[in-house]
Design a protein around this ligand. Structure first.
Ligand SMILES: NC(=O)c1ccc[n+]([C@@H]2O[C@H](COP(=O)([O-])OP(=O)(O)OC[C@H]3O[C@@H](n4cnc5c(N)ncnc54)[C@H](OP(=O)(O)O)[C@@H]3O)[C@@H](O)[C@H]2O)c1
Length: 276
């Protein structure tokens, strides 16, 4: 039996992966910010006789402080981690700066994934064939990283912030395997359009587009299949990426090794060093 940790595991793709793995007999810890959704997840686990193997950890992952609290909580509840699945995401049509001073999408979509991956690496390395599955947006050739304005203070749009986050996560994968050569496999998964909660605060125009996208998207049970597959059999390559189940070439600016090093250095300067 395996152990999985899933951020954003209280809804959408993350929750579907969590329930599928619980049903198979694995242990699953989900991290989410909403206690009602956490209770619903535990109730679903109880119904399938898996309550003892299900954990809900409440944290607002847009905050570095709360993400690190979640790391501590994960460490106290589970031992070796076979798979870390990164799903937490929340779209914002209007720009929000967290109390820690980071733009919300940057904090949630990028920084929390950086911290969860790196700070749970030792627990992952204790498993026989560990894998990080970062569910993001590889393979989309738009989205610009504004190196001198990562918080997108000027001309913010929700789409630009989201797409920048996707490009940052591509480089996070490249940087992770540069920094941590070893047993952990890092997989960037773009699931394609999947009908989920599309967590977010949308302006009216975007809300209409999202509703149309949800109706046209594939069901979540189908969307999670590529993720379940890499959790079952982590790839041989240290880093890999796929879009809608099709492998992607790790070439071009999205996977540039120098940009990945630059981003890693910049990120370690942005977030305070871990004290313990
Ligand atoms: N669905 C698609 O078509 C699609 C396509 C391409 C890529 N993706 C990527 O796949 C991943 C999962 O997407 P999804 O559609 O399954 O998402 P979703 O249904 O919108 O669920 C997002 C999850 O993130 C959690 N979350 C949001 N803000 C949070 C915060 N501040 N702290 C902690 N947890 C928070 C949500 O919990 P609450 O509900 O409690 O806030 C929820 O559990 C995302 O990274 C997304 O970008 C999705």
């Amino acid at each position: 039996m395996k152990t999985f940790v899933i951020s954003g595991g209280t809804d959408g793709i993350g929750k579907a992966v969590a329930l599928a793995r619980l049903q198979r007999g694995d242990t699953v810890a989900v991290i989410g910010r909403n206690s009602e959704k956490g209770a619903a997840f535990l109730a679903a686990a109880e119904q399938s006789g898996a309550l003892g193997r299900a954990h809900f950890i409440e944290a607002d992952l847009s905050l570095v402080r709360e993400t690190r609290k979640a790391v501590d909580e994960v460490r106290s509840r589970v031992g070796a981690i076979d798979g870390l699945v990164l799903c937490a995401q929340h779209f914002r049509s209007t720009r929000l700066v967290t109390e820690e001073g980071f733009e919300n999408t940057f904090g949630l979509y990028y920084l929390s994934r950086f911290i969860l991956g790196h700070e749970l690496a030792e627990a992952l390395e204790a498993a026989p064939a560990p894998v990080v599955v970062n569910v993001c947006g590889p393979g989309l050739d738009f989205g610009e990283i504004r190196w001198d304005d990562l918080g997108r203070e000027s001309d913010y749009t929700g789409i630009d912030a989201l797409m920048q986050g996707s490009r940052l996560n591509d480089l996070l994968g490249v940087g992770f395997v540069q920094q941590r050569p070893g047993p952990i496999r890092y997989v960037l998964v773009n699931p394609g359009a999947v009908s989920t909660s599309f967590s977010g605060e949308y302006d009216p125009v975007m809300a209409e587009q999202i509703e149309a996208a949800r109706l046209a998207a594939k069901p979540v049970e189908e969307g999670i299949l590529p993720i379940l597959s890499v959790l079952d059999t982590p790839p041989a390559a240290p880093l890999s990426a796929s879009m809608a189940g099709e492998p992607l070439e790790l070439s071009g600016p999205a996977f540039d090794p120098d940009s990945a090093r630059r981003l890693h250095e910049l990120t370690t300067k942005l977030i305070p060093a871990r004290i313990s």
